[in-house]
Design a protein around this ligand. Sequence first.
Ligand code: SAH
Length: 393
Amino acid sequence: MLFKPKSTPIYLARIIFLQNSQRNLSTKSSHYSRKNIDDDDKDQKTRDTKEDQQDHLYLYKSKGQHLLTNTRILDAIVRRSNIRPTDTVLEIGPGTGNLTVKLLEAAKKVVAIEIDKRMVDILHKRVSEKGLQDRIHVICKDAMKAEFPQFDLVVANIPYGISSPLVAKLVYGGNPFRSATLLLQKEFARRLLAKPGDSEFNRLAVNVKLVADVEFVMDVSKREFLPCPKVDSSVVIIRPKAEVPDVNLDEWWAFTRTCFSKKNKTLGATFKQKKKVIELLRLAKTTSTNRENTIIGKNHECGDDYDGSHEEEDTDGDVGFASSCSVVEMTLFKENIVGILKTGGFEDKRPSKLSNEELLHLLSLFNQAGIYFHDHVNPKDSDNVSFAAAYSS
Ligand code: SAH
């Protein structure tokens, strides 16, 4: 079978020329011949040989390799990030270092996480040539698997493929930071900025808004990237909120997942689904049993299951559970759910029109009635189980 590589050959001379266009530098592109092999890509070896011979660099669409080459925009991103000379800046996906060198000029230190070893090599060389190597720490890893060190700010033109989990990792990851200035796909940025009632408003916006504020900075045309992607981009600044509502985040994610499972359906329609009723009844029973056991000092392990939030459960269990419940019990439970929705005036509301305050109020009404939410997550599946749970759909 003929293999058509999903990558674009970009001549290094052109990249470096654009990178240094301000200083009008000419480039010894041979300086950047490729030596490392990316183990992940089977066809990489062939390309490396080609790259050595022809002195160009393949950029992978699969890795979101679109380099931002406009110095004016790079400067604007750095300026809007309000970097202090004492700051450590985290950059995800530095690529060939267009933004990195500018960050190094403004910050005390840059920690750059880059998945592609070829990029890491180029970055090291470029930074060393400028004598800035002592202030950079490059981690050659998948940013979604890497443990983030302490940082004050994030400034990055990220690979768009990891936008959702990365934003979740930043805002829910437990690392305190001042702000994250991110270049994102325009549509994704619009969703982060959306307000209740906007057509783009969805669960992502709801979950991010719970813990952070998002500010629009500017749109960036696709023509500013090399190679030119299919989509336009926008820069936004995400600032963690000083005060976050007192809510169990695992439960919040599970709750918003249920509410937004059909974002244009009314909450009445979503919560009356038989499958949902069974799931919530099962959880209500488990939770109340666990709570009783905890209170009377028995079976502490079960009590921990709910609070620990990562109990491995299978949704198939709901089927067996359903057959063990009487019709009366299910009917009463469903009426209870509908009663709660009616009391709060939520039955005919659509989740995409509700503010976080309203959603938090609904969750508290459910909790007061002994109804809880919990995602089915296997903790062994992912290093970042909470983020995966928050954003897998
Ligand atoms: N910031 C640079 C490059 C952007 S291209 C610039 O503006 O010019 C995106 C970069 O992210 C690429 O270098 C790509 O190799 C890297 N990347 C892709 N997936 C990644 C991941 N999961 N973790 C870390 N880096 C990643």
